[in-house]
Design a protein around this ligand. Sequence first.
Ligand SMILES: Nc1ncnc2c1ncn2[C@@H]1O[C@H](COP(=O)(O)OP(=O)(O)OP(=O)(O)O)[C@@H](O)[C@H]1O
Ligand SMILES: [Mg+2]
Length: 346
Amino acid sequence: MTLVLGIETSCDETSAAVVADGREVRANLIASQIDLHARYGGVVPEIASRAHIERLDPLICEALRLAGAAPEELDAIAVTARPGLIGALLIGVTAAKTLAWAWGKPLIDVNHIHAHATSAALGIAAGSGGGADGASIWPAAALVVSGGHTSLFLVRDPCDIVMLGRTRDDAAGEAFDKVAMILGLGFPGGPIVDRRAKSGDATRVSLPRTMLGPDSLDFSFSGLKTAVLYHVHGAGRTRGGLERLSPGDIDDLCASFSAAVVDVLVAKTLKAAERCGVRTVVVGGGVAANSMLRARLSETCVRRGLTLHPTPMQFCTDNAAMIAAQGHHQFVRGRLADLSLAAEAS
Ligand SMILES: Nc1ncnc2c1ncn2[C@@H]1O[C@H](COP(=O)(O)OP(=O)(O)OP(=O)(O)O)[C@@H](O)[C@H]1O
Ligand SMILES: [Mg+2]
């Protein structure tokens, strides 16, 4: 059995977790900073860094207490070292290096996006089949849809991850947040747009699906966002039109926008699975919590005879459990970092 402490501070969630064998979550604590950033309509890097400094140490102590784990029982300390806000990453990386040195534990350098790509394995309960470390869900085509990234990967196993495509402009989560802002719905917009879309008519507003050519596995969402902006205010205009929309119109627009994003995500994920010859699809990242995306991916995978493993809802947005789990796989393969580990924004 391995016991890994995970530390995550790449953006606006401070998180510490203890995970056994890469899949049994003994503790996963998340201190969200949404309240601190909401009034600015987005994450303010300086505020995020300061909040991580205040919250991380007590969170690590509490995670260890909840897990019933003493520092000497840990096998390794895994930390998000990239990508993210540089000041925010530095807090987690510095804490992890300090603890690794003080407690004499191996340090593991985790790529946050790779952790989102493998987080679906946290849904495979220990002993439910799938083999040690949830290994049998790989190889899989992995869709990572988060606030800063929209990427497709071939995950041969958690230590062998190849990028197949990525967004050329906005990430899907960013598009959700910007559309929510256009519609005056608040921050973070994704969950609110998701909720409003449930009462809306997705066929009411015609919006573009940008495919970037028949073979492309890249994404582009900035044109869709602009189409929503012009639909609200009038072609070529960026303000003045919101008052004309009724709550029902906004629900319909949320549903039509979500459907446009989901159509592209589902089509390209299936194309990736087909191209790689894999029968399993996984999806992770904050937007993987989207109800329309989960429903459409699930229906389409059933129709095509593919197995879908969506990341459990509690591990979609940023969390240290996925960092500890990914860290476990790297640890057992001997991929250790040292105290020269540096945070990298991208
Ligand atoms: N139900 C939902 N529907 C759509 N989007 C959602 C939903 N829930 C969360 N999101 C979006 O997910 C994003 C946050 O996800 P996550 O925490 O994975 O991103 P991040 O960590 O900020 O970015 P990255 O992982 O790329 O560094 C936000 O853009 C948020 O609006
Ligand atoms: Mg993230």
